[in-house]
Design a protein around this ligand. Structure first.
Ligand code: AMP
Ligand code: ZN
Length: 478
């Protein structure tokens, strides 16, 4: 399996540290607001990666943090704690906000068929581990105290900028975005491990530490939570591309300085979902959430389908027009599966099954090419094989794609059957039309197309047009 690795900047053969086992870490949400569908694009693509690894036979352990403290509004360690900002906005406590938006995040994930990771760890539950690692970094000379805070000293590293896809001048957090510089830092790229001298006195969550009462920096959370649950080496670390710098760069710096060896082998970065007017954000433009899409009548799985149709390493533009196209394609796909469910199944053909499965795996083995994976699914529908083989393949691929295709088709089938058995109208004119529609459905089932056609023509002559839909036959009177 080839996977693009941001560390080597090429597609590498994926080889886990322990054969057959994969340790996977994902940067979780900062729970100060709802996740927007851009955030959820990252989680959908990471979910596909996890599901494909399991499908390929690996025993995966996946860990995700919940950032409920320490993530400031600017990556340069300035600004306000995002959680505190959320709490002020809603006049609640930080922990109330954290609980509410953590639950909301997992409710959105469930609607998008994103599996909950094996371990979900809120940062506020790991304070002792953060302190322990920071003590280790101080002992080894990789950290220093200045102005009451503890900083990581990036000048002590042989190499700090690891993801060199970026220009170095863009990486200088102290300079970019015109943010105010922290005068305590010895080097521009240094970052806070522990804040004691908070800029804001109303910081709600504070803990005792050897350096005074304070709270952790955001970057240390992910390193420590990963090490706590997955040990000293990590196979895959995931996140959105905006996290590559400074967050992931700092994670590598502090983890490897602390451990004294290489920490994580593969870095999987999902590129952004943008709107026509640029980067999606929670503060500007329409705040696009799963609930908003639902309120506009979209099935959340249509959004998942939309994401799967493009590669995770390309930025993707969201528009309602693009989503509508995905909705139409999804509906057609389900209708075709419904036709398969209603046809004579036949036997599963093992050779055809293996051939199609190999095409699907080839797509995903090639750096998670989900759009080619979807093409492999369409090829199954077109294939010259039995409905039983096709349905078995669709169910198999959907273990990875997570589109509930057969479930949706079965729901349609049930709705159709219920409609077919619903009581007939009391109005004799309508009752006759309904009876003829049922007779026509039976005739079609018995392959008596002549009779089915005759019924259509009879009704048409009387001014009644029949319309066949995936939900059954409907009629229109002139
Ligand atoms: P946050 O809740 O801000 O910590 O972000 C959660 C995840 O969403 C991180 O992995 C981010 O890198 C990712 N992310 C943020 N904005 C976008 C976007 N527009 N498209 C895709 N992923 C994003
Ligand atoms: Zn992280």
């Amino acid at each position: 399996m080839l996977l693009y690795n941001s560390l080597t900047r090429r597609r590498d053969e994926f080889i886990p540290n322990v054969p057959g086992k994969v340790s996977m870490y994902t940067c979780g949400p900062t729970v100060y607001h709802y996740a927007h569908i851009g955030n959820l694009r990252s989680y959908i693509m990471e979910d596909i990666l996890e599901k494909y690894l399991r499908y390929a036979g690996y025993d995966v352990t996946r860990v995700m943090n919940i950032t409920d403290v320490g993530h400031l509004t600017s990556d340069a360690d300035t600004g306000e704690d995002k959680m505190l900002k959320g709490a002020k906005r809603e006049k609640k406590t930080v922990m109330e906000i954290a609980k509410y938006y953590t639950d909301a995040f997992f409710a959105d994930c469930a609607k998008l068929n994103i599996k909950t990771p094996d371990v979900v760890a809120p940062a506020t539950g790991c304070i002792d581990e953060f302190i322990h690692v920071i003590e280790g970094l101080l002992e080894k000379g990789f950290a220093y105290e200045a102005g009451g805070n503890i900083y990581f000293d990036t000048s002590k590293l042989k190499q700090y900028y690891v993801f060199n896809d970026f220009r170095e001048e863009d990486l200088e957090v102290g300079v970019c975005e015109g943010v105010e510089e922290d005068g305590n830092k010895r080097n521009k790229a240094d970052f806070v491990l522990w804040f004691t001298k908070s800029k804001f006195d109303d910081q709600e969550l504070k803990w005792d530490s050897p350096w005074g009462v304070g709270y952790p920096g955001w970057h240390i959370e992910c390193s420590c939570i990963s090490m706590k649950h997955l040990g000293e080496t990590l196979d895959i670390h995931c996140g959105g591309i905006d996290n590559a710098f400074p967050h992931h760069t700092n994670e590598i710096a502090q983890s490897e300085a602390y451990l004294g060896h290489k920490w994580c082998n593969y870095w999987f970065h999902v590129h952004h979902l943008n709107t026509n007017s640029g980067k999606m954000s929670k503060s500007s433009g329409e705040f696009l959430t799963v609930s908003l899409l639902e309120s506009k009548g979209y099935n959340p799985l249509v959004y998942r389908f939309f994401c799967l149709q493009s590669h995770y390493r390309k930025s993707l533009v969201f528009s309602y027009e693009n989503l509508d196209n995905a909705a139409v394609a999804y509906k057609k796909l389900v209708a075709r599966i419904l036709t398969l469910l209603k046809s004579e199944q036949g036997e599963i053909d093992p050779a055809a099954f293996e051939e199609r499965k190999a095409a699907f795996c080839a797509a995903l083995d090639n750096d998670m090419n989900t759009s080619l994976g979807v093409t492999a699914l369409y090829d199954v529908l077109k294939a010259n094989t039995t409905p039983a083989t096709k349905l078995a393949l669709i169910a198999d691929f959907d273990r990875v794609l997570g589109l509930d295709l057969i479930k949706e088709a079965e729901l349609l089938k049930k709705a159709e059957e219920e409609a077919a058995n619903a009581p007939l109208s009391d109005d004799p004119v309508i009752r006759r039309i309904e009876e003829l529609i049922r007779e026509r459905a039976e005739a079609k089932k018995a392959k008596n197309y002549a009779r089915a056609d005759e019924i259509r023509q009879t009704l048409l002559a009387e001014g009644v047009t029949l319309i066949d839909t995936p939900q059954g036959t409907q009629y229109k009177m002139q």
